[in-house]
Write a protein that binds this ligand. Structure first.
Ligand SMILES: NC(=O)c1ccc[n+]([C@@H]2O[C@H](COP(=O)([O-])OP(=O)(O)OC[C@H]3O[C@@H](n4cnc5c(N)ncnc54)[C@H](OP(=O)(O)O)[C@@H]3O)[C@@H](O)[C@H]2O)c1
Length: 245
């Protein structure tokens, strides 16, 4: 059962670099967190321990989002612990380089099934629950500015993220006015808060604000969407202006 009075967030991919910071921040906003991990059990366990400092009732479950049976199982486990869903953050994602002329079926399936199919069925399961609740809820998808750019050697990844941006608009329209559905599209984010990775000079030249993103930049945009009540179907690029090049 949920803890009375607390909002609840279901999040995929909270064992990720950025995902972890998002989960910690949402917990800090007073939410109970139920999150999924896939292959990084130790990172997930560490994240859960940190979340439980502020949100002791939080839970995690292993889930391969590319498998609908796993998503079904994750939501069933969610229902054993919580009886409301205020926020879905769909962050689980696969990312690797693929030479356009060498992409294999296995690589395509791995990227598209995780990023696009997985996000779709996670959103579908969340929306089914949210539409039965008598209060406003929110879905935030995590995409990438590359969804709107033509990057070399990332076709399945960028196509999957472009697909998620369109799903964001579709869900926003079809679930309005009960669910606000938006997407955050980060540019390149340095790995740890306060620690700027050593970016290549030519990358910095393409970022008008002249630095990589900090995870807190992304977290700030998530918090903004968690507060907003009149924004839906939008993609917010959090990229220091990188999309302008
Ligand atoms: N970090 C950046 O610079 C950046 C830039 C642009 C966009 N983004 C987007 O922002 C979001 C968060 O990024 P991040 O830095 O946290 O990514 P990340 O470090 O690569 O983490 C990816 C997450 O997705 C999970 N995942 C991967 N395959 C999965 C599967 N088949 N089923 C379930 N979960 C799976 C991973 O779980 P396990 O580790 O447990 O396997 C991990 O929690 C992602 O959607 C990413 O595309 C990030």
């Amino acid at each position: 059962m949920s803890v009375t009075g607390k909002k609840v967030c279901f999040m995929t991919g909270a064992s990720g670099k950025l995902g972890r910071e998002i989960a910690l921040s949402v917990a800090g906003q007073g939410y109970s967190i139920f999150f999924t991990w896939f292959s990084s059990e130790q990172k997930a366990q560490e994240t859960l321990e940190q979340i439980r400092w502020v949100s002791p009732e939080s839970q995690m479950v292993r889930c391969d989002v590319s498998k609908t049976a796993d998503i079904k199982h994750a939501f069933s486990e969610f229902g054993r612990h919580f009886d409301r869903l205020d926020l879905l953050v769909a962050s689980a994602s696969n990312f690797f380089r693929t030479d356009l002329l060498e992409v294999t079926e296995q690589q395509w399936d791995s990227l598209v099934d995780t990023n696009l199919k997985g996000t779709f069925f996670t959103m579908q399961a969340a929306a089914r629950m949210m539409l039965n609740q008598p209060f406003l809820s929110r879905i935030i998808t995590m995409t990438d500015i590359s969804a709107g750019l033509v990057w070399r050697n990332f076709a399945p990844y960028t196509v999957s993220k472009a697909g998620v941006q369109h799903l964001t608009r579709i869900f926003a329209r079809e679930t309005a006015p009960r669910i606000l559905v938006n997407s955050i599209a980060p540019g390149t984010v340095s790995e740890y808060p306060g620690r700027e990775a050593e970016p290549e000079t030519d990358l910095l030249e393409k970022i008008p604000l002249q630095r990589l993103g900090d995870p807190m930049d992304i977290v700030g945009a998530i918090r903004f969407l968690m507060e907003s009540e009149y924004i839906t179907g939008q993609v917010i690029n959090v990229d220091g202006g990188r999309i302008l090049y």
